[in-house]
Design a protein around this ligand. Structure first.
Ligand SMILES: Nc1nc2c(c(=O)[nH]1)N[C@H]1C(S)=C(S)[C@@H](COP(=O)(O)O)O[C@H]1N2
Ligand SMILES: [Mo]
Length: 203
């Protein structure tokens, strides 16, 4: 009797998890947040920080830390899915909504993709339709704490519907481009888009 109940409970848990866990992902241990990046973490100080949008835009913009944060602030809760197989549920982020920032520029009609650039040289590509989404943030706070340097502090991009390599740490700008082109990991064989629900891991 008790055993049946337990089995039923476990089954229910697996089903609930299944709805949130993309194929072949496993949940990171509670409190665990792996640090993954190529090369050394760059030192980025809010005092010398600037965020630029350039390329196929009518007028480029370059915002200081204060100007960027004055655009607007919002909170988003989401799940992280890393292509190496771990997922982390219920991340609370605070930062600048990408949509509000994009509203500051006028894209040229041929701008269909974006190269995201980071301090330190990292790049990753996104379709404009994947960048211009209400859930995307330039985040400076994670679970109530300033984003740690090793996780991309003072600011990283968060694109929750794609694998986490698209969420560029130490983000410094968006370059609007006319044709989707591979960024850093994409040149090494990672998928151009990276939808975890379709398991777009490598191409
Ligand atoms: N600037 C920069 N951002 C990056 C990377 C990187 O090498 N450099 N790695 C990506 C990859 S592959 C992953 S899985 C996540 C890891 O983020 P985390 O260290 O906060 O878990 O950052 C992504 N953003
Ligand atoms: Mo990754």
């Amino acid at each position: 009797m008790v055993f049946d109940l337990l089995k039923k409970q476990q089954q229910q848990q697996r089903e609930e998890l299944g709805e949130r866990l993309p194929p072949h992902q496993r949940l990171a241990r509670a409190g665990e947040w792996p640090v993954l990046h190529y090369g050394a973490a760059p030192r980025v100080e809010p005092g010398s920080f600037s965020f630029r949008i350039w390329g196929l835009v009518e007028d480029e913009i370059e915002l200081t830390w204060d100007e960027l944060n004055a655009v607007s602030q919002s909170s988003v809760k989401n799940d992280i899915h890393c292509v190496t197989g771990w997922s982390k549920f219920d991340n609370d982020w605070v930062g600048v909504p990408v949509l509000d920032l994009l509203a500051k520029v006028v894209a040229k009609p041929e701008a269909t993709a974006v190269m995201v650039h980071s301090f330190g040289g990292y790049t990753t590509n996104l379709l404009m339709s994947d960048l211009a989404r209400p859930q995307n943030l330039l985040a400076h706070t994670h679970n109530g704490n300033p984003l740690a340097k090793e996780h991309g502090g003072p600011m990283r991009l968060v694109v929750p519907h794609l694998y986490f390599w698209k969420s560029a740490k130490w983000a410094r700008g968006f370059e609007f481009i006319s044709r989707d082109q591979p960024g850093f990991w994409e040149m090494y064989g990672y998928h151009m888009r990276g939808d975890p629900w379709k398991e777009e891991r490598y191409s």
